[in-house]
Write a protein that binds this ligand. Structure first.
Ligand SMILES: *Cc1c(COP(=O)(O)O)cnc(C)c1O
Length: 850
């Protein structure tokens, strides 16, 4: 029989355990070891069985145990001390509070958030990054508010069947079993967010509120009675549906998310966001809701657009086209031709997302393109990815060199307290006196090689134990009642060089590159003196059969009785597994097709634990590899075809393992210590930990992007939005005149036979059409001239107005120092200039001398 109605009875803890309840209600426990240790004391076995979920734990322990704890004075004293520590963490000023003029609030939108394994609302790197962003924002004291969706079944749970094929299941998550609360109106009723849909229906959502340290996370949830069955399913799964289902999720996230913030600000009486950060394009519709609000205040669409752009930051995360959301233009038109946002017209919306550039598809609505057009600031997630993104989206700024495309980069980081094994933290605290990533001197003799190696071994052993348990549990699930084969208890060896590889399984990540030459891999795994073992994990998107086929190939290879103790695929990669996997590996392997890995963060998490990276020079590794912290697999991008490239890169990887990595790892002294290897670990910990920390990343976002965005938004909204109106009018005028703007003539002189130290005089005549000299920036761009006259290492210097007679070209002059010997070239470029522009390329308008 099916229940006609169901509800969850929430645990009511005895009043005396209020401190424990308070600790469980704030997700800060997920990165605070002492708080986790307290929960574990309640019932160590259940704590493990329930995947470190304090709310589930408190619901599951029997009331007699709770009474016992309430009477345990040592436990109670610890709980009270931890609550006091949490309160201090929430209330005391932190880094952000020392900044003058910083934004009063920042909204951070993301389709997924990976915070703790007990809250499976993420699929991979994007979500984990968002979770780490919130945690570091909290640690640094940012007034950040996160916005996402609450997915009833999260992503999916992965099992591997006997044929090695991935099977997905979708266990439902009970919102009442999670540390969240419903957002309520002043009168106590639940906040309802509603979106009008074509055909007159509406999509309704409730809003959950999670406390991630100091940061609030709002999650919209459509699984409520107000909705039809179909619409209840809008937030069913992460990346589950295509087309319209996906669009509904994104409309809810963007438009619904801004509405949820407005309700939150109203009911809590706290400041509204000045800056909106959209983590990838999925949340891009947020800008349209904000435009709609500004139109209601009397602005036109283009005026409102200026305001929204000023305060918006767009972060792009992928150079892989399949990673970018594109919708059928007609679908977008249908949704925006209704009462969804009555003040915003469908053609205006369509224009924002259309690929109206060379190579674009005019029938498609591109969320990344809209993201870039709605944001005055944009970034990629590593230096290399910034460059790749400038190339990929360069068509939106036609006429500009790739280097001038206004997309910067902030390299991702990872939240150190979440991702550093407690043993490493304990070692640092004990021997170095601190575990601040920025002040830990891991090269100090205070930590001996023996200490460090003992911790590394303990972490390896922890992984081995976990892998055995996982494989045995997976067997039990598939073969109920049949005892697991004994070899599963002997899987892997805590004293063997351990290589880890775990990630989602899109093609570009090349899960099976290691299988390129199976005999060679076999020889590495079974080497008599210097064996290697491999621990592999990863989920394929449910709709991606080619990814599943890769997993199958690997699982089948690993099933060979001669190899199965040295290579293992662990099902259901998630945060819980990852936290043991990274510290337990000696080498973290990554072999994407360069440059398709935007950043990659798993290697960073491994490095924080003293694991060395072996990776293609892609993403973060491209900027941090220094020959001492790991190994670089050379990229064979000059190879004739993909197969040739795979072959060359795989062989290089085998060579590195065989000739460099394994010999160094097994090179032991009389005490059994690999001194040279330990030196690399110390170097890695000392130099990379502060750089790879999400604190460094969040600080960069604040200083380079959030603060300037807040200032831009304050400037443009001052005086009842007068600057926004003026900017919109100015842009229209500039765009109309621009086809007539040109550099008519350039003269130079002052040097006979040029030598270093000379100065070149430049005089440029510029036809300004209807514009004034103040409307333009005239610059000389100079550098080394390469073949084909291409300028490289370009620098730029503004020219000053010298003469301007009405109706005549204006003359601009300046001097260029010849600071370097060798070939020299220059050109003159004109771009629009306005105090409210963040970048000369912003309007996509440029005139250069020919
Ligand atoms: C860090 C992490 C990822 C992302 O790793 P990449 O190197 O960016 O692929 C994916 N899944 C989990 C569980 C992680 O912890």
């Amino acid at each position: 029989m099916k229940a006609i109605r169901r509800f969850t009875v929430r645990t009511v803890l005895p009043e005396s355990l209020a401190a424990v309840a308070a600790l469980a209600a704030n997700l800060r426990w997920s990165w605070h070891e002492p708080t986790k240790a307290l929960f574990a004391r309640i019932d160590p076995q259940r704590w493990e069985d329930l995947d470190h979920d304090p709310v589930a734990l408190l619901g599951a322990v029997d009331p007699a145990r709770l009474d016992e704890l309430a009477a345990d004075s040592a436990f109670m004293a610890e709980a009270e001390a931890l609550r006091a520590d949490l309160t201090a963490y929430l209330e005391q000023p932190r880094w952000y509070q020392s900044l003058p003029d910083a934004p009063q609030r920042i909204a951070y939108f993301s389709p997924e958030f990976g915070i703790a394994s007990a809250i499976p609302q993420y699929s991979g790197g994007l979500g984990i990054l968002a979770g780490d962003h919130l945690k570091s924002a909290s640690d640094l004291g940012l007034p950040l508010i996160g916005v996402g969706l609450f997915y009833r079944a999260g992503y999916f749970r992965q099992a591997i069947d006997r044929d090695g094929w991935q099977k997905e299941s979708y266990p439902l998550i009970d919102p009442d079993g999670l540390p969240m609360q419903m957002l309520r109106e002043h009168d106590g009723s639940a906040v309802r967010i509603s979106l009008r849909l074509p055909g007159g229906d509406a999509l309704h959502a409730r809003v959950w509120q999670m406390q991630v340290g100091r940061v609030v996370l709002l999650l919209l949830d459509t699984d409520i009675h107000d909705n039809s069955d179909e619409l209840r399913g809008v937030t069913d799964r992460l990346y589950g549906g295509g087309g319209e289902h996906r669009l509904l999720q994104e409309l809810l996230l963007g438009i619904g998310g801004v509405r949820a913030i407005k309700r939150y600000v109203d009911v809590t009486g706290t400041p509204a966001p000045e800056v909106f950060h959209t983590n990838e394009g999925h949340a891009g519709f947020l800008g349209l809701e904000r435009i709609s609000d500004l139109i209601a205040e009397g602005l036109s669409f283009t005026e409102a657009l200026q305001v929204v752009r000023a305060g918006t930051l767009f972060t792009t995360h992928t150079p892989v086209p399949a990673g970018i959301d594109r919708f059928d233009g007609e679908l977008i038109e249908r949704y925006f031709s209704t009462d969804l946002l009555p003040a915003v017209s469908a053609p205006d919306v369509l224009a924002l997302g259309t690929e109206d550039y060379e190579g674009g598809d005019p029938a498609v609505f591109n969320m990344a393109v809209m993201g870039l057009r709605l944001a005055q600031r944009a970034n990629g997630v590593s230096k290399l990815h910034g460059d790749v993104s400038r190339g990929m989206f360069g068509a939106l700024w036609e006429g500009f060199d790739q280097d001038d495309v206004p997309i910067t980069s902030v390299t991702n980081g990872v939240h150190a307290p979440t991702w550093t094994d407690p043993r490493m933290v304990a070692l640092a605290k004990e021997k170095l006196g601190t575990y601040e990533t920025s002040s830990c001197d891991w090269r100090s003799e205070a930590v001996t090689d023996a200490d460090l190696w003992a911790v590394r071994r303990a972490m390896r052993e922890q992984l081995v134990t976990d892998a055995r348990e996982r494989v045995t549990a997976a067997w039990a699930e598939q073969n109920p009642g049949v005892a697991a084969p004994s070899w599963m208890g002997e899987l892997l060896d805590p004293d063997v060089l351990t290589i880890g590889f775990a990630r989602r399984v899109p093609t570009y990540k090349r899960l099976t590159l290691m299988l390129h030459d199976p005999d060679r891999l076999r020889a590495l795994l079974t080497h008599p003196e210097r064996p290697v073992q491999l621990v592999i994990a990863g989920k394929s998107h449910p709709a991606d059969d080619s990814g599943k086929a890769l997993i199958q190939k690997l699982v089948q290879f690993a099933a060979d009785p001669e190899l199965r103790r040295r290579i293992v695929f662990l099902p259901n990669y998630d945060i819980g597994m990852a936290r043991l996997l990274y510290p337990g590996t000696d080498i973290w392997l990554n072999n994407p097709l360069r440059p398709l890995e935007a950043c990659g963060t798993s290697g960073m998490k491994a490095a924080l634990n003293g694991s060395l990276n072996l990776s293609i020079l892609d993403g973060w590794w491209n900027e941090y590899y220094d020959a001492e912290n790991g190994w670089a697999i050379p990229t064979a991008d000059a190879a004739g075809d993909g197969a040739e490239r795979d072959k060359l890169e795989a062989e290089a990887m085998y060579d590195l393992i065989e000739h460099q990595i394994a010999p160094r790892y097994y090179d032991r002294d009389a005490e059994g210590l690999p001194r040279r290897w330990l030196q690399s670990i110390r170097h890695t910990l000392a130099t990379l930990s502060p750089e790879l920390s999400a604190d460094r990343m969040v600080r960069e976002y604040v200083e380079r992007l959030y603060v300037p965005a807040a200032h831009a938004e304050r400037a443009i909204t001052a005086d009842d939005h007068r600057p926004a109106r003026e900017l919109a009018a100015w842009k229209a005028r500039v765009a109309a005149e621009w086809p007539h703007v040109s550099v008519t003539h350039v003269e130079s002189g002052g040097v006979q036979s040029p030598q270093v130290g000379d100065e070149l005089k430049v005089r440029a005549h510029v036809q300004l059409a209807g514009l004034s000299p103040d409307d333009v920036l005239v610059e000389v761009a100079f550098g080394r001239a390469r073949n084909g006259d291409d300028l490289v290492d370009v620098r730029r210097q503004p020219l000053e107005l010298a003469e301007h007679e009405l109706g005549q070209p204006a003359t601009f002059v300046g001097m260029v120092p010849l600071a370097r010997s060798g070939s020299f070239g220059y050109n003159v470029r004109v771009t629009p200039k306005h105090a409210l522009l963040a970048n000369p390329a912003e309007l996509g308008l440029v005139a250069v001398a020919h």
